[in-house]
Design a protein around this ligand. Structure first.
Ligand code: ZN
Length: 475
């Protein structure tokens, strides 16, 4: 059991340290450790009373299992990420930077459900009821029968929730503002956030109401991050985006009731968040076709293909150590592509700064972008403009071989739909012969099949800077 002395808890990840230190060893955060009293950790009443356990009924693995009933919000991008709607009794955590639009999204979800006749309760610990009303009014949702409260004490909230008809959805905005009588630490500390979450989770399971917790991701570690409750909830969604772009992405990081690779795309407008059913069109708008260093990548996010433009700028460096700046992709993956370009294709980039950017602020998580990144890099270095109607996808191995990636047919179909005329891809037949994936019939657009990164480089070099300019003039 915990000792009676105070302990030092990292407010970012919840790791417990025996003494104060400037940096948390567990998560690497600086200045995130605060003193808290461990005796204050709230335990369920059963633990405290010391009662004997009672035997529970064990069941067999085989048996009928119904898929959980779900309540669809009819906001399709939201339902897709949750795995088909909200599961009764489940607890969902939505994390994201402050001001990114979490409250806006959830008030829209609440209003849609309430208008469909469901009981929805929205508890704001951040704003007064008037402020929430004002926001709803701005979004044109003021007439939705959502029940509002501005409260931060979890015991009071739980007592309120247990009255009347069981709500279908309860939104707690945010979990960091909640506090419980059972913990002695200050609101916003790990102990308070955890204990409050525990009480709300217990309520959700007992009452069968879905609870959504809002968690602000904080960089300064002044308040406990949502990471400390991630393991307790059924699903963790992150709401991403930045101030420079108007679109937002809802991404599932953990989901007990659905897939974790789906994304929902929204656009922030004056009337709140509107759904973006075809994100490729959004990401490919404002494309600069005549410039070298850009390649269109046909990616997959969950079950949905997403086309994005990859931009590279390779310039001679003025520094001793050349810069490697990446936005929207894994920097170590870029290092690997650069190393393979050097080792297998003789393209030396040690004297060049490399900037890589995924247009529109999108973030790619797949290694399938290797080929598109390499094409953009070589194009920028050589000055050869890539054909504007080509898409690229495929993985590059350390040997320099180009490897096929899953969902080739879906990527090609999306590219064809958006008017692309040709795809540069690894030899998918090799995979087909392995019996892994078989696409039915001819591809929707002609393929430039390459076997290795060297093939790709040779293809781009053949275009040459001159020829490329001519091609643009002709077009
Ligand atoms: Zn930590």
């Amino acid at each position: 059991m915990a000792k009676k002395t105070a302990s030092f808890i990292c407010q970012a990840c919840g790791a417990v340290h025996s003494r104060w230190q400037g940096k948390c060893d567990a998560c690497g955060a600086w200045n995130s450790i605060a003193e808290e009293s461990p005796a204050a950790v709230a335990l369920p009443a059963a633990h405290r009373s010391g009662r004997k356990g009672r035997p529970i009924e064990l069941q067999s693995l085989a048996g009928s299992n119904e898929s959980p009933p779900r309540t669809q919000t009819r906001i399709e991008e939201f339902d897709r990420v949750t795995g088909g709607g909200i599961v009764p009794g489940s607890v969902l955590l939505i994390g994201g930077d402050p001001g990114i639009g979490k409250s806006t999204l959830l008030i829209q979800v609440s209003a849609t459900l309430a208008r469909a006749g469901h009981r929805v309760i929205y508890v704001s610990g951040e704003e007064a009821v008037e402020q929430v009303r004002l926001r709803a009014e701005r979004l044109g949702l003021a007439n939705a029968p959502v029940e509002l409260a501005a409260e931060t004490n979890v015991e009071d909230i739980a007592a309120t929730l247990s009255q009347g008809r069981t709500p279908v959805l309860v939104v707690i905005d945010s979990i960091q503002t909640m506090w419980t009588d059972s913990a002695e630490s200050a609101p916003g500390t790990v102990t308070q956030v955890r204990s409050s979450a525990q009480i709300l989770i217990r309520y959700a399971k007992q009452a069968g109401a879905a609870v959504i917790l809002v968690g602000h991701v904080t960089k300064d570690g002044q308040i406990a991050g949502p990471r400390v409750v991630e393991h307790m909830v059924d699903a963790v969604l992150s709401f991403e985006g930045d101030g420079a772009h108007q679109f937002r992405i809802l991404r599932a990081q953990k989901n007990r009731f659905g897939p974790t690779d789906e994304i929902g795309v929204f656009e922030m407008t004056g009337l709140g968040l509107s759904e973006v059913p075809n994100p490729s069109e959004l990401f490919l708008s404002n494309r600069d076709r005549g410039a070298p260093g850009t390649a269109v990548y046909a990616g997959m996010e969950g079950t949905r293909p997403v086309l994005v433009e990859i931009q590279a700028l390779v310039v001679p460096t003025s520094l001793g150590t050349p810069r490697r700046a990446v936005v929207g992709w894994d920097p170590s993956r870029l290092s690997m592509v650069l190393a393979v370009l050097e080792a297998r294709c003789g393209i030396k980039l040690g004297g060049h700064d490399v900037h890589l950017n995924v247009a529109g602020g999108f973030r790619i998580s797949e290694p399938a972008a290797d080929l598109a990144v390499a094409a953009a890099l070589v194009s920028s270095l050589s000055g050869a403009v890539l054909p504007g109607d080509n898409v690229y996808f495929g993985e590059i191995s350390l040997t320099g071989a180009a490897r096929p990636v899953p969902h080739g047919p879906a990527r090609l179909k999306e590219a064809a739909k958006l008017g692309f005329a040709r795809a540069v891809v690894p030899d998918a037949k090799a995979k087909e012969r392995g019996g892994k994936e078989r696409d039915g019939g001819a591809p929707p657009i002609p393929l430039d099949v390459i076997g290795s990164l060297a093939d790709l480089v040779a293809g781009i070099a053949a275009r040459g800077p001159r020829r490329a300019t001519r091609a643009v003039e002709e077009a």
